[in-house]
Structures are given as structure tokens and as C-alpha cells.
Design a protein around this ligand. Structure first.
Ligand code: CFM
Length: 485
């Protein structure tokens, strides 16, 4: 069977089934084991369910205030961790008074030992009221259970309901304590379900058109949403609600008024798209806007759906006429370079084909933190023979990937970036990006430019120099240890 046990995993043989080497002769069903609890003994790179809910879904909303019911650590780590900027523009034409409010503030209950013993619900109530007083401009408050408060069984739903009545605002309780699932992926699901059940259908949009869509699973990482919005505007398609990049709280409440849902991130937000289909009969299509071919195909499909084929062609042509020559220049520099792609999940199937088709790169390794089977099936379809596909790699495996597969560049998150740098390998961030946006035609060009700048940075030449010094030092140490001969 095409599974591999890494050297560093000799003591944890359970890891073997998570490391699969693409083998075209292999029957279709073989993919790495996934979406299970991390094997004990592994230093996982994953986040927790609470991180999935707050860090991914709700943290992007521009006018909501968050109250984390936790010891101070969970609150502090939920602050400003993700690059999803917002505009102050509200759908009714108003401006939200605080710029990038979602990136600037977090509040929490600072749970202590006595609260664990006697319960922290009173403290939570007090904290929500204080937070609301401090930020009266916030249009809604979201409260979160975390491991500690989930374990002691504090009823955050009851407290949130009570306060909502008192202050006359939506107070939404999100019950995704860290232990709710094996990774952040569970938190995505909980947040989808809660937001759907408590909000969708409760608000009406200021205006509607025949071309209203929900753009689901687009979090505006480093401005991704704004690229897509330009395309849609030019085509005459109106984004009625985004879930949840640069969106306001009320937008979620009127998602039921859209004509179609587009599912961009197909890991974190399938759930709400399916619920909208089930309860409101809003069809959804899955879309991919990374690279060149995928946005081309998907904009055309969208054009066809709304009878706006010509508009779609115009968007594509106007970009490609200046992007293609630039990409071709970069291709000369990037051709043949080996890549390891490591993201949460979907970016691992969005990126390999574009990197190979458009830039002639060679994707040698792909790994995800929390992808499920459907995502691994797509990854398997889109990578070449012998590419290693790893589920939830631990830190030591990450080093072994670099040693064994010798990538020229790593595309990953910040946890792996400095590990790669220490090993002398360039790395750029594909979670939060370097000089994004990375989506769409312009975004793919940005990604190519960033890869070029990282690989050809003269600093790597100094690494060789450093290596020489290290060799000298270790030779000296060795001689010293052996003593005078
Ligand atoms: Fe969706 Fe995302 Fe991703 Fe994700 Fe994430 Fe992300 Fe990601 Mo980092 S929502 S699953 S939980 S596309 S933060 S913007 S990059 S791991 S592949």
C-alpha cells in the first residue's frame, strides 16, 4: 500500500496511515486517514474548535463584539490573529465608526480558579454588559464557550438570551469549546449552524436585485473579497451577503433573500450553503477562484447562470491581457522549482495545478491540518504521481519533509515559516499572505511575485556562508572533545 512511515515516527506507527504517496495505480479509495483526533505524541500544527469558530468565521464580521468566556489565554490568542480587513461601509449607506473594529478588539471574562469552582455565569453576564457599555457602536455581541467554561458547564446560551433582552441587541452564543472536535474544522461547523439557526431569516436587506448572490466561505484574507467583488460588480452581479469577510452582522440575517449561493471555501462553510438549500431552496454552486484556469472557468459558469456570458468574458480578457505576459516572465524564473504546500485544507487543492500549469513548478509535498475525505479526494486528483500527501503533520515530520523532498520553497503558515527559514528554505505565508490578495488573476500574479522574491532573495546565499562557519565550529568542537592528540 502506498503509505509511508517517516523516520521520526518510528515510535508512533499510527502515523503511517496519514501519510500517503500518490500512486496512480492505486484504487480510488486510498487517501490518508483524516479528520480524526491527533495521534498522541505528535506536536500537531492544528488549532482548536474555538479557533475555528472565532478565528475563521465570526472574527471577520465588521460590527460584532466578541466576549470570550475563558481564562485569559484563550481570549488573548483570539485577538488580532487573522488578516481579514474590513471597510467601514454598511449596506444601508452608513459608516461603522471604528475602522477595522474586528481586528482591534477582543473582550473576555478572565476566568479564575474560584469561577471554576463556583461557576462563571454571573461573571459572563457582567462582562457582556460592560463590553456593551464600552463599545455601544457594536451591532451584536458574540459569546464563546472555551475548554474551561465548557467543562464546568456554564450555560452561555441562557446568559446570552437574558442579556439580549436586556440590551436589545443580538447576543449569539457559540458553543465550540476546544475539545468539541479534533481540529478547528469542528468550530467552523458549529459557527455555521449557530449563525444559520439564530440569524438567517431574521432580517431584510435594504434592497434586492435579480442578480443577488451569497458569497459563502470568503473571509477577505488580505483583500481577497475585494478582488472578487470587482469582478462581480463589473458583471452586474450583486453580493447580497458575504459569509463572512467584510460583512456586517445583519447580512447573515438576510442570506435567505439571495438567488444563488457561491461556496468559495468548501471546508469551512458547506454547512450553511446546504442549510440554505434545504430550508429556503437557494441553490448553491462550488467555486474556485485561485490560479488562472479556475477563475476563468468559474466566472464563465457564473456568467452562464445569470445570462451574463459577455460580461464574464470582458472581466477575464481585461485582466489576462496584462497578466499573462507578467506571469510568463515569472515562469522563466520559477520553472522547475519544487514546492511543499501546507495549509488548513482547501488551499492544498486550489494551488497545486495552477503552480504546475501556469508556472511550471513541481509540487512535491502537500499537507493539511484538518482536511476531510472529500478534500483529500480533490487533492489526490490534482497532484502528480509520487507527491506525498500528509494529514496533520507533526513538527518533526515537517522537518523530515524538507530534508527528504527538498522543496525550493514552502507555502505555509507562520508556525512553519521559521522552521523552514532555519533550514535554509524560503517560505511564504499562504494562510494570511505576504503581499496579497492571492485570489483571482491579479492575486495569482501577486503569489508568483512573492515566490520569486522569496526564492531569489540574496539572503539565501549567506546561508551557505553560515553553513561553512558551522562546519568549522563543529570540527573545532569535535577536536576539543577528543582532547589533545
Ligand atoms: Fe477555508 Fe480559509 Fe482554508 Fe479555513 Fe484556515 Fe485560512 Fe486555511 Mo489558514 S477558511 S479552510 S480554517 S480557506 S485560516 S482563510 S488559510 S487554514 S486552507
Amino acid at each position: 500500500m502506498p503509505f509511508d512511515l517517516f523516520e521520526v515516527d518510528k515510535e508512533i506507527p499510527e502515523r503511517k496511515k496519514h501519510i500517503y504517496i500518490k500512486d496512480s495505480k492505486d484504487p480510488k479509495e486510498h487517501i490518508p486517514a483524516c479528520n480524526t483526533t491527533t495521534v498522541p505524541g505528535c506536536m500537531t500544527e492544528r488549532g482548536c474548535a474555538f479557533a475555528g469558530a472565532k478565528g475563521v468565521i465570526t472574527g471577520a464580521i465588521k460590527d460584532a463584539l466578541h466576549v470570550v468566556h475563558s481564562p485569559v489565554g484563550c481570549t488573548a490568542y483570539a485577538y488580532g490573529t487573522k488578516r481579514y480587513p474590513t471597510t467601514p461601509d454598511m449596506p444601508n449607506g452608513d459608516k461603522f465608526p471604528i475602522d477595522n473594529f474586528n481586528l482591534k478588539y477582543i473582550t473576555g471574562t478572565d476566568i479564575r480558579e474560584s469561577d471554576v469552582v463556583f461557576g462563571g455565569m454571573d461573571k459572563l453576564k457582567k462582562c457582556i454588559l460592560e463590553a456593551n457599555k464600552e463599545f455601544p457602536e457594536a451591532n451584536a455581541i458574540y459569546t464563546y464557550a472555551t475548554c474551561t467554561t465548557g467543562l464546568i458547564g456554564d450555560d452561555i446560551d441562557a446568559v446570552s438570551r437574558e442579556v439580549a433582552e436586556e440590551i436589545g441587541k443580538d447576543v449569539i452564543a457559540i458553543n465550540a469549546p476546544g475539545f468539541a472536535g479534533p481540529s478547528q474544522s469542528k468550530g467552523h461547523q458549529v459557527a455555521n449552524d449557530v449563525l444559520f439557526e439564530s440569524l438567517v431569516g431574521t432580517k431584510e436587506p435594504p434592497r434586492t436585485t435579480e442578480y443577488d448572490v451569497n458569497l459563502i466561505g470568503e473571509y477577505n484574507i488580505d483583500g481577497d473579497l475585494w478582488v472578487l467583488r470587482e469582478y462581480f460588480d463589473e458583471m452586474g452581479i450583486n453580493i447580497l451577503s458575504t459569509f463572512s469577510g467584510d460583512c456586517c452582522h445583519d447580512e447573515i440575517g438576510w442570506m435567505h433573500r439571495a438567488k444563488l449561493s457561491l461556496v468559495r471555501c468548501q471546508r469551512s462553510s458547506n454547512y450553511i450553503a446546504k442549510l440554505l438549500k434545504e430550508r429556503y431552496d437557494i441553490p448553491y454552486i462550488k467555486v474556485d477562484f485561485f490560479g488562472i484556469r479556475y477563475p476563468t472557468e468559474n466566472l464563465k459558469a457564473l456568467g452562464e447562470y445569470f445570462g451574463k456570458e459577455e460580461e464574464a468574458e470582458k472581466v477575464i480578457e481585461s485582466r489576462m491581457k496584462w497578466i499573462r505576459p507578467e506571469l510568463d516572465k515569472l515562469k522563466e524564473k520559477l520553472q522547475g522549482k519544487k514546492v511543499w504546500v501546507f495549509s488548513g485544507g482547501p488551499k492544498n487543492w486550489h494551488l497545486p495545478e495552477p503552480l504546475e500549469e501556469e508556472l511550471g513548478m513541481d509540487v512535491v509535498a502537500v499537507s493539511t491540518m484538518f482536511e476531510h475525505e472529500d478534500g483529500y479526494e480533490k487533492i489526490k486528483e490534482r497532484v502528480g504521481e509520487n507527491t506525498v500527501i500528509i494529514d496533520d503533520p507533526n513538527s518533526l515530520e515537517a522537518e523530515e519533509i524538507i530534508e527528504k523532498y527538498k522543496p525550493d520553497i514552502v507555502l505555509s503558515g507562520v508556525k512553519e515559516k521559521y522552521l523552514a527559514h532555519k533550514m535554509g528554505v524560503p517560505c511564504i505565508l499562504i494562510h494570511s499572505y505576504e503581499n496579497g490578495p492571492y485570489i483571482g488573476f491579479e492575486g495569482f500574479l501577486n503569489l508568483a511575485k512573492d515566490m520569486y522574491a522569496a526564492i531569489y532573495n540574496p539572503v539565501w546565499k549567506l546561508m551557505e556562508f553560515e553553513q561553512e562557519i558551522e562546519e568549522e565550529i563543529s570540527a573545532e568542537n569535535h577536536a576539543r572533545r577528543r582532547g589533545p592528540s
